[in-house]
Design a protein around this ligand. Structure first.
Ligand code: HAM
Length: 474
């Protein structure tokens, strides 16, 4: 008989985000809410799973994501819904012949019983699906949306690469493909990273042309690749047929010199794409955004046209891309919507958090302001006073820890110290009798006696000093 497991662990490539690191995640997400809002982006909350076909059609069935990495499963069809659709769809022969239950039974016989669903590997496809489903093209101006949440790809796990990972992304959908939109999206991204205090990030940009000029370039690239096929690895050899552009992405050492000699897309852009890319660069300069051109930046998803970009951060090893994005004019049409232009990006939150930690910006200061060291029994007035004061302090916004059981003073102060609390507030019978409490600053053991109102005022003014000092430093 199979022995029962005594413990469970998170599955490979999937992890828990524990405190205190979760505080940094909160900061990263809150800052995104704040910064993106100043650019008039609004949040969209999307489902975690969608029809498999949505990703196959948008991301592309030859991409690594769709061909190897998706978590896909079969879900029984909701026959009730199907029957309702039939019943409401006007006269049909089955309705009379079978009746509702009969139709359901008949459908079970003839229909494939399952639909294919996939845990989202990215969210641009979902945003576009929602844009079409809710007729957002009728809204005034460009539709500017952002999202955050988990994505799923069955990749080989390593530092910075997980099977459940998180993204913070933003998309602009509308009628204009002006490079000013691309530049503003990038500006928002850089402003966000700046606000988080991330330094040393590098922005790479490229243009991969449009459906007018890219096919010709791809044909030329394939022709050149076929000449050097024998010198390439198996993956690149396969990609000559399926997706030659992806060969440019290769990290294989021995392929680098060969790739450097291949034709570059910048020499094959049509006049409109060349102009678009030049204007994007002018717009970036106008905004004093530093960038580097990387002609090999083709990205691993099929929906891109023209602008592509990526941001790398130091200290992350091989998984150093903290953000990727680009333009996807035509994707809305591909998924059945009206002609629409689109551009956006997604930040890998896991990698951004790692990068902030590497840059020394990951520390979150001790979060406990006051540890209430109360001395007495649970039914004593001391405890009642401690409960009341704790609530008052929390209402003022202080983080307060109140031990649930009586503790000796030494133990209480020891725990307050270990938890990194800024102050211990000592409440015993003497303090209740005299109406003044002892507030001990744990960093230097300075003690002061304060009445209840003095206590609140003192903590508030001290808090103001702390905030002012933090602002001076940043
Ligand atoms: P992507 O380049 O596939 O683009 O992913 C964006 C970012 O997600 C990457 O730069 C990386 O930081 C992070 N990421 C991807 N896979 C993993 C993983 N397995 N573990 C940890 N982090 C990962 C997209 O997803 C597009 N939807 C971006 C976009 C939005 N383009 C236009 N709009």
């Amino acid at each position: 008989m199979k022995q029962q497991r005594s413990q469970f662990r998170a599955i490979r490539g999937v992890r828990d985000i524990l405190p205190p690191e979760s505080a940094l995640w909160n900061r990263v997400e809150q800052t995104a809410h704040h910064v993106f809002a100043t650019y008039d982006f609004q949040e969209i909350r999307l489902p975690i799973f969608e029809e498999t076909e949505l990703f196959a059609r948008s991301v592309g069935s030859d991409t690594d994501i769709v061909s190897k990495e998706m978590y896909t499963f079969q879900d029984p069809l909701d026959l009730d819904q199907l029957v309702k659709a039939y019943a409401e769809g006007g006269p049909n022969p089955y309705k009379k012949a079978f009746g509702r239950e009969g139709l359901k039974a008949a459908l079970w016989e003839v229909m494939p019983e399952f639909q294919w669903l996939t845990l989202r590997p990215e969210a641009t496809a979902s945003v576009v699906r929602a844009y079409i489903e809710h007729s957002m093209h009728t809204l005034p101006g460009d539709v500017k949306l952002y999202y955050m949440g988990p994505m799923f790809r069955r990749e080989r796990p390593q530092k910075g690469r997980y099977r459940q990972f998180y993204q913070i992304g933003a998309e602009v959908l509308g009628q204009s493909d002006s490079p000013a939109i691309d530049a503003e999206v990038i500006e928002m991204l850089m402003a966000y990273l700046d606000r988080l205090g991330l330094s040393g990030a590098t922005l790479y940009v490229n243009s991969i042309g449009c459906k007018e000029c890219r096919p010709e370039y791809v044909a030329k690239l394939r022709e050149e690749l076929l000449k050097v096929k024998d010198q390439l690895g198996a993956d690149s050899q396969r990609r000559i047929e399926t997706n030659p552009l992806r060969v440019l992405d290769s990290k294989l050492e021995h392929e680098q010199a060969i790739i450097e000699r291949l034709p570059r897309i910048s020499d094959h852009l049509c006049a409109a794409c060349r102009e678009h890319f030049a204007e994007l660069q002018a717009q970036l300069k106008l905004r004093s955004i530093e960038y580097k051109i990387n002609w090999r930046l083709v990205r691993g998803l099929d929906y891109y046209t023209r602008t592509t970009f990526e941001i790398t951060a130091p200290g992350l090893g091989s998984q150093n891309a903290i953000c990727g994005g680009g333009r996807y004019d035509g994707l809305v049409e591909l998924l059945g919507g009206p002609p629409t232009k689109g551009i956006g990006f997604a930040i890998g939150t896991d990698r951004l958090v790692l990068a902030l930690q590497e840059a020394g910006k990951g520390e979150s200061a001790s979060h406990i302001d006051v540890f209430v060291a109360w001395l007495g029994r649970a039914e004593s007035p001391v405890y009642a006073a401690a409960v009341k004061l704790t609530r008052q302090l929390r209402e003022e916004g202080f983080v307060v820890e109140l031990p649930p059981e009586e503790m000796k003073l030494k133990k209480s102060l020891g725990l307050a110290d270990k938890l990194g609390a800024r102050y211990a507030l000592i409440i015993g019978e003497d303090e209740i009798a005299s109406g003044s409490f002892v507030l001990k600053r744990l960093a230097d053991s300075e003690q002061r006696k304060l009445s209840e109102s003095e206590l609140l005022n003192y903590l508030k003014s001290d808090e103001n000093r702390k905030v002012a000092a933090a602002q001076r430093q940043s």
